[in-house]
Design a protein around this ligand. Structure first.
Ligand code: GDP
Length: 198
């Protein structure tokens, strides 16, 4: 699956812009700057598939990528929690995210990215609440593990696990990643490939 390239299909600003529900989808969600683009690029084995949040344009949209090998679509959700966006914009993408997360039958799993340096923030918990309400499967992924000492990492892992344990439903195990060092990337690839088989 990940040995073949992924391609950018389109950016969707409205639900009507989304492609047909003809294949398995996984989505990546997280606060702006959490390392979402870096993680998608690391998974896909390229440095340029998902653009980083510093690039204007694509960041307010649902960016759609597809495997050229297997029937899998990756949906890169707009990063949430950036301070400077005008309210009407924030409202528009909040509605888009909500509509996507609650109405997409082919959405198999959401990867909720949480910054390894901070653990879950209120916005992350809001997204998890929404996913729990919509009964969408999700897995929490800690990013930027290389930025922490072993001790700091243990602390965030404990915090994050405690937040997940409070959820009403069971969820797949927390994954610890570093896009820079490659930690956790192969594990995530294996899990994503398994979703296609299930
Ligand atoms: P996005 O806004 O969530 O798409 O985040 P980006 O992927 O653009 O990353 C935000 C910043 O964090 C960039 O400066 C990245 O270089 C940095 N970053 C992302 N992932 C890692 C990582 O695994 N390790 C380290 N040290 N920095 C990272």
């Amino acid at each position: 699956l990940f040995a073949r390239p992924f391609v950018f299909v389109k950016g969707a600003v409205r639900i009507a812009d989304l492609p047909e529900m003809d294949r398995v989808e996984i989505a990546f969600a997280g606060r702006s700057n959490v390392g979402k683009s870096s993680l998608i690029n690391a998974l896909a084995g390229t440095s340029a598939l998902a653009r980083t949040s510093n690039t204007p344009g694509r960041t307010q949209e649902l960016n759609i990528f597809e495997s050229t090998d297997k029937p899998l679509r990756i949906v890169d959700m707009p990063g949430y929690g950036f301070a400077k966006a005008p309210k009407d914009k924030v409202d528009a993408w909040t509605r888009l995210i909500h509509a996507y997360l609650t109405g997409r039958a082919t959405l198999r799993r959401v990867y909720v990215l949480v910054d390894g340096r901070h653990g879950p923030k209120p916005h992350d918990l809001t997204v998890m609440n929404e996913l729990d309400r919509a009964a969408v499967s999700y897995q929490v992924v800690l990013t930027k593990a290389d930025k922490l000492t072993a001790r700091e990492l243990d602390h965030t892992i404990a915090l994050t696990k405690a937040a997940i344990a409070k959820r009403p439903a069971a969820h797949p195990e927390l994954v610890i990643t570093s896009s820079q060092k490659g930690d956790g990337i192969q594990l995530l690839r294996t899990e994503i490939a398994a979703l296609l088989e299930s």
